[in-house]
Design a protein around this ligand. Structure first.
Ligand code: MN
Length: 290
């Protein structure tokens, strides 16, 4: 076993709006490609941002997805979702929504109505996780992972805890069902507290500083709202909190399959992409009211 070091630390770039409700930094793709982050296709990060009160909830209206999963993690604020399978609900602070678009789904994502009326600080992450080719045509699925039910491991000496969204940590499993090996944690560290992690060398591995800052492998400092990509060499890395910190840790086994991505569709070939657009235009993704 050897040390997994940082490949690069990425400063959050100029944010862009997705609809009118999500002010995000695009970490993947862009500064880090989909191929490099396989099986993670997209990471949009809405760093803390204050939304003024609005009677009409801000967000993104009806749109399709096919061939992958969207994972939405709410840190501040509340998000309401509905899709063409009839699934939906509210993700509150600390909750996670794991939506498997697979064969095709229409959905909409808005600030929750009552939260929107008051406005406030909003902070969230949306990840897109690719599906293996053999699952891209599966029936859509919806998992709501409520914070109160999340698997947790307390760190020694009262130094914090690990919230396991997916995968496992020290033998404890997260509640999300995934189609390929993925670890996704919120690591909460108290100032001076630390954690040692190990993922297989070939896993796409990265951290995002949601709150506070950490030192990685006792070397580099990763500040708040920064994304650090780790190398595909070595297995072990450590985080030490310079101040109280919340770190989103992601690690995933690459699928090693061709990626044909355009807009909200991610397939394996261009022909499949064209088919996805045809299916969508012919109403095969169902119906969802605006
Ligand atoms: Mn969406």
């Amino acid at each position: 076993m050897s040390i997994k070091n940082i490949e690069k630390i990425i400063t959050p770039g100029t944010p862009r709006f997705v609809g009118d409700g999500f002010r995000v930094h695009h970490f993947i793709p862009g500064t880090v490609s989909m191929q490099r982050m396989d099986p993670f296709l997209v990471m949009d990060y809405n760093s803390k941002y204050h939304f003024s009160p609005s009677e009409i909830p801000r967000g993104v209206g009806v749109h399709p997805h096919k061939g992958f999963e969207t994972v939405t993690i709410a840190y501040k604020g509340r998000i309401e979702h509905g899709d063409s399978t009839g699934a939906g609900g509210v993700i509150d602070e600390g909750d996670v929504q794991w939506m498997t678009a697979a064969g095709g789904v229409l959905h909409k994502e808005f600030h929750e109505r009552e939260w929107s009326k008051k406005g406030g600080e909003f902070q969230m992450v949306q990840l897109w996780v690719n599906l293996p080719a053999k699952h891209k045509q599966d029936e859509p699925r919806y998992q709501l992972l409520q914070n109160k039910n999340m698997a947790r491991v307390a760190l020694p000496d009262n130094n914090g805890e690990v919230e396991i969204i997916a995968g496992e940590y020290q033998g404890k499993k997260g509640s999300a069902n995934t189609f390929s090996p993925i670890h996704l944690y919120n690591v909460k560290l108290k100032k001076g507290g630390g954690i040692k992690l190990d993922f297989p060398a070939e896993y796409a591995t990265a951290i995002l500083l949601i709150e506070g800052s950490v030192k990685v492998n006792n070397k580099e400092i990763v500040p708040q709202d920064h994304f650090a990509l780790l190398k595909k060499e070595g297995e072990n890395f450590s985080l030490e909190a310079i101040e109280d910190a919340t770190v989103l840790v992601l690690g995933g086994a690459p699928l090693h399959e061709p990626i044909a991505a355009h807009g909200p569709f991610v397939m394996n070939t261009r022909a499949e992409l064209i088919q996805a657009f045809d299916d969508f235009n012919n109403g095969k993704f169902g119906y969802l009211e605006d």
